[in-house]
Design a protein around this ligand. Structure first.
Ligand code: IFM
Length: 431
């Protein structure tokens, strides 16, 4: 039996600048990595995959893997190293990379903010400052103006909720605070920055008479009750769904702020996105608890289902459930991330196949999923987990910087080229 994937579904993979480039030492993440105990294995993104110096080799790998699309990011601190100065050379290097991609027939989707901030921005209050949206707008204007002839798809901000919860609730990412209400302000500021950037990007392209697509990469999760008969567990699910999934969705679709982040539609009615970017990884089980500090809930993992190297449940049906939900909005859906930490590469082939199967199922039902970007192209710096969260289709030996396409990467390359998942492929790759 062969599963055919529609040719209109474009396939590729994704990365983020701090996680692969190396060299961004003028950032909050770099300073954070210097604090003992913050990163599990004591590493940092100082060198990471040294991608900044290996652009040609890495673009060649993408091409070898038959990619039609590639999502990557611009490091804010690189192109704007101080509040008052932009670095044209850094932007030129990104232009060079994009041109290489295009020469290989690979369409770029470019992220403008992926968790990492310039030191100077943090000195001015980072995402807590009232005027951060204006600062972001200035940076976005510079980058988009400089790349508009090469790029026509942008992600303004990656996973605003994840940035907020890890930095302002769990305190495991910079700025390392446990201040949920400051976090809600940060999330509001991020949504505001997105709305402003959305407007500026559209204005730039309209002036050129060009089309452009702009969105957020939104990390959404599936929440199921720990006990399906418990009304309290179900109540907790309504709350967690609202905070984790709906706040960003409503903000980008309608400019509507939901409590506790805000109220009303202070920036207009939207829509403020041209596609829905979905990052999907896993599901959580929710159990009501009397602890107000944790918003009256415990977040648990399925006790028996297979997990990845980081202990996240592997649950492909969750992707289908989210696609069904997003299918209501009549906008193209880009799966901007989906992947697995799997150092042995034993689970990744099956993971990819099962997730692509549900993507095709959703398409067969008329849900407009147009892209699938596997996370990640290569192993990279996995934030607080350090270099040991191995998400790559390509294995990276950090001591030598040698890249080796994993077996799953070879399989994915076959799928990208043929748009088919054949029985022989399953026999060959799935362990
Ligand atoms: O590595 C991250 C990425 O930066 C954002 N989305 C989730 C990935 C895996 O944790």
């Amino acid at each position: 039996m062969v599963l055919k994937l529609d040719r209109e579904l474009l396939l590729g993979s994704a990365t983020a600048p701090y996680q692969i480039e190396g060299g961004a030492t003028n950032t909050d993440w770099h300073q954070w990595c210097q604090i003992p105990g913050k990163i599990k294995d004591g590493t940092s993104g100082e060198i990471a995959c040294d991608h900044w110096n290996r652009i040609e080799e890495d673009v060649e790998l993408l091409s070898k893997m038959g990619h039609q699309v590639y999502r990557f990011g611009i490091e804010w601190a690189r192109v704007q190293p101080s509040a008052g100065a932009f670095d044209d050379e850094a932007l030129e290097r990104y232009r060079y990379e994009i041109q290489l991609l295009k020469d290989k027939g690979i369409k770029p989707l470019v992220t403008l903010h992926h968790f990492v901030n310039p030191d100077w921005l943090m000195e001015k209050g980072g995402w807590e400052a009232a005027d951060v949206a204006d600062r972001f707008e200035r940076y976005v204007r510079y980058v988009v103006d400089g790349l508009k002839d090469l790029v026509d798809e942008w992600i303004t901000i990656n996973e605003p909720f994840v940035y907020m919860v890890n930095g302002y609730f769990y305190a495991i990412w910079p700025p390392g605070k446990n201040e949920p209400f400051t976090g809600f302000k940060v999330l509001r500021n991020m949504l505001h920055a997105h709305v402003k950037a959305y407007g500026v990007i559209h204005q730039i392209y309209e002036e050129q008479g060009q089309e452009v697509k702009v969105g957020i990469a939104h990390h959404m999760r599936i929440f199921d009750p720990h006990n399906s008969r418990s009304p309290l567990d179900k109540m907790s699910i309504r709350l967690v769904n609202r905070i984790v999934n709906d706040v960003v969705l409503e903000g980008m679709l309608h400019g509507r702020l939901l409590a506790p982040v805000g109220t009303g539609q202070p920036w207009g009615e939207g829509p403020f996105c041209d596609f829905l970017g979905l990052n999907y990884y896993s599901r959580d089980l929710i159990k009501f608890s009397f602890n107000p500090k944790n918003f009256f809930m415990k977040i648990l993992t399925h006790p028996t289902n297979p997990k990845n190297d980081l202990g996240w449940e592997i649950y492909s049906e969750g992707l289908y459930r989210l696609l069904q939900r997003l299918g209501r909005y009549d906008l193209p859906i880009y799966i901007t991330e989906n992947g697995i930490a799997d150092g042995t590469d034993n689970q990744r082939p099956e993971f990819i196949i099962n997730h692509l199967k549900v993507v095709q199922r959703a398409r067969d039902e008329g849900i407009p999923v147009e892209r699938y970007y596997h996370w990640a192209t290569m192993d990279n710096f996995e934030w607080a987990e350090g270099l040991e969260g191995r998400f790559g289709l390509v294995e990276v030996d950090y001591a030598t910087q040698k890249r080796t396409i994993r077996s799953s990467g070879a399989m994915y390359a076959e799928i990208c080229k043929s748009h088919e998942i054949a029985e022989e492929m399953i026999n060959k790759y799935v362990k």
